[in-house]
Design a protein around this ligand. Structure first.
Ligand code: NI
Ligand code: MN
Length: 226
C-alpha cells in the first residue's frame, strides 16, 4: 500500500513505506500549501515540466535532502546547473525501474520553459507503477485522445488538472476520465488563483453522473491510501 497526500495545486507526496516521492514541489508562494519546503523530506522528487508552479522548491529541497530528482533531460540539466547533485533524466515514452517502483513519462500538451526562460524540453505526465498499483499524474495538459493508450495500462488512480485556462477544464476532464477509465480520480491545478477557479462540487457530481470513476477531493494535507 502507498499513501498519496495532496500538498496543494499539483504537488503530491507518495509514501511507499520505503520511499517518499514528491511530485511538483511548489510550496513557497503556493496559496494552497500548508507545509513549507523545509518540512518535507523526500528521497525522490519528480518534476513534470519547467513552469515555476511545478519546479517550485525543487532546488532547495534537493540540496537539503539529497533527494534524486527525476525529470526530462533538459530540466535535469538545468537543475544540475543550479547545484542539484542527484538526478535521473528520462524522457517521453521512457520508463525506468526505480527503487520505489516503475515510472514512465507520458506526453502532455503544454509548455515547459524554466523559471529563468531556459528551454525546459517537453512537458510530461507521470505513470507510476508502485506495489502493482498504477497512479497517473497528468501534469499540466490539455485533453488528448492518446489518453486511450494510457487507459490500456489499467489506471487505479488518475490525478488530473481541472482548472481550465492553463490546462483542461472540468468538461474536458470528464472526457479524459472516460478515456482513462481510472478507478479513482483526484482533481488538481484548480482554485489556486482566480483564472483557475472552479466549482469542484459540481465537478464531483459530473464525475459521478458521467463516468465510472470515484472522485476523491484531497485538500492540502489530506491523503488517500492506494
Ligand atoms: Ni504549467
Ligand atoms: Mn501549472
Amino acid at each position: 500500500m502507498s499513501t498519496i497526500t495532496a500538498l496543494g495545486h499539483s504537488c503530491f507526496q507518495i509514501e511507499t513505506g520505503d520511499h517518499t516521492l514528491l511530485i511538483d514541489p511548489f510550496l513557497t508562494g503556493n496559496p494552497q500549501a500548508t507545509v513549507s519546503a523545509e518540512d518535507v523530506n523526500p528521497d525522490f522528487i519528480i518534476v513534470t515540466h519547467g513552469h515555476e508552479d511545478h519546479v517550485g522548491d525543487t532546488v532547495s529541497i534537493a540540496k537539503r535532502t539529497g533527494a534524486t530528482v527525476i525529470s526530462n533531460f533538459e530540466i535535469v540539466n538545468w537543475l544540475t546547473a543550479q547545484g542539484v547533485e542527484n538526478s535521473h533524466p528520462q524522457h517521453l515514452g521512457g520508463g525506468f525501474a526505480h527503487p520505489f517502483g516503475h515510472l514512465k513519462l507520458t506526453i502532455a500538451h503544454h509548455g515547459s520553459a524554466l523559471p529563468d526562460g531556459s528551454y525546459g524540453g517537453n512537458p510530461a505526465g507521470l505513470l507510476f507503477t508502485i506495489d502493482g498499483k498504477r497512479i497517473y499524474h497528468a501534469g499540466d495538459t490539455g485533453l488528448f485522445y492518446d489518453m486511450k493508450l494510457i487507459e490500456d495500462e489499467g489506471i487505479d488512480v488518475a490525478i488530473l488538472p481541472i482548472g481550465d485556462n492553463f490546462t483542461m477544464g472540468p468538461a474536458d476532464s470528464i472526457k479524459a476520465i472516460n478515456f482513462l477509465s481510472p478507478k479513482t480520480v483526484i482533481p488538481m491545478h484548480y482554485n489556486t488563483w482566480p483564472p483557475i477557479e472552479q466549482d469542484v462540487n459540481a465537478w464531483v457530481e459530473s464525475v459521478k453522473a458521467e463516468t465510472s470513476a470515484e472522485p476523491v477531493i484531497l485538500a492540502a494535507n489530506e491523503s488517500l491510501d492506494v
